[in-house]
Design a protein around this ligand. Structure first.
Ligand SMILES: Nc1ncnc2c1ncn2[C@@H]1O[C@H](COP(=O)(O)OP(=O)(O)OP(=O)(O)O)[C@@H](O)[C@H]1O
Ligand SMILES: O=C(O)c1ccc[n+]([C@@H]2O[C@H](COP(=O)([O-])O)[C@@H](O)[C@H]2O)c1
Length: 191
């Protein structure tokens, strides 16, 4: 049987416990062999300038996933410049590892946004999407995606950035070692 690998693409600015819970839930529900966290170079739909470096995002992700034997990092989008369109990435992944069956995991905010994705109709023929619930977003879609229900998690990277900049606690919202890294490197206005 083919190895089955889930890809959780994201900006991870910073990675939070929601990301880890999604990955773990989908890994279990679909009995996948591995989940790869795939940071994008430039998200297709967000303004770039204010974010932390690729190196910091990779370092924080590495710390986040360290204790899970089935979690890994996929750097393929950092290897090319410009906007990280998933269609281009999936073509490259399939070419590089034809022996693997890939699943692309997205939260409900991204399910809502799917109609606007670059070459979405072609992309849907290349990879199976897996959608998870997210508070205040709908999982309803006409596209043929798999759904996995997870405990609702109302955490976002935006919330983490805001709380840090306002000097509020982020304990239990991100991993302790990520918080230590953020403080050490004075990211997001921490000091
Ligand atoms: N709490 C959550 N529940 C469900 N899905 C989530 C959650 N947080 C992130 N995701 C999903 O994880 C993927 C990567 O998300 P991303 O790194 O952009 O984090 P984010 O919290 O959405 O960030 P930001 O607040 O900066 O937009 C996306 O598919 C997103 O929908
Ligand atoms: O290819 C697209 O058009 C596209 C549009 C929006 C989002 N994506 C991808 O979806 C993933 C989640 O996006 P984000 O910004 O919420 O982290 C990430 O891998 C993005 O590159 C891709």
């Amino acid at each position: 049987m083919k190895r089955r690998v889930g890809i959780l693409g994201g900006t991870f600015d910073p990675p939070h416990l929601g990301h880890l819970i999604i990955a773990n839930e989908v890994l279990q529900a679909l009995q996948l062999d591995e989940i790869r966290f795939m940071p994008n170079q430039e998200p297709p739909h967000k303004q770039k300038d204010k974010w932390v470096s690729n190196e910091d995002r990779i370092n924080m992700l590495t710390l986040s996933i360290a204790d899970h034997p089935c979690f890994a990092i996929e750097k393929i989008e950092l290897e090319r410049k410009g906007r990280s369109y998933t269609y281009d990435t999936v073509l490259l992944l399939r070419e590089r590892e034809p022996e693997i069956e890939f699943y692309f995991i997205i939260g409900a905010d991204m399910i809502e946004y799917l109609p606007k994705w670059y070459k979405i109709d072609q992309l849907l023929k290349l990879i199976q999407f897996v959608g998870v619930n997210r508070p205040n977003h709908s999982q309803k879609t006409e596209y043929p995606i798999l759904h996995v229900t997870i405990p609702d998690i109302n955490i976002s990277s935006t919330l983490i950035r805001t709380r840090i900049s306002e000097n509020k606690s982020v304990k239990y919202l991100i991993s302790d070692n990520v918080w230590n890294y953020i403080k050490e490197h004075q990211l997001y206005g921490s000091n």
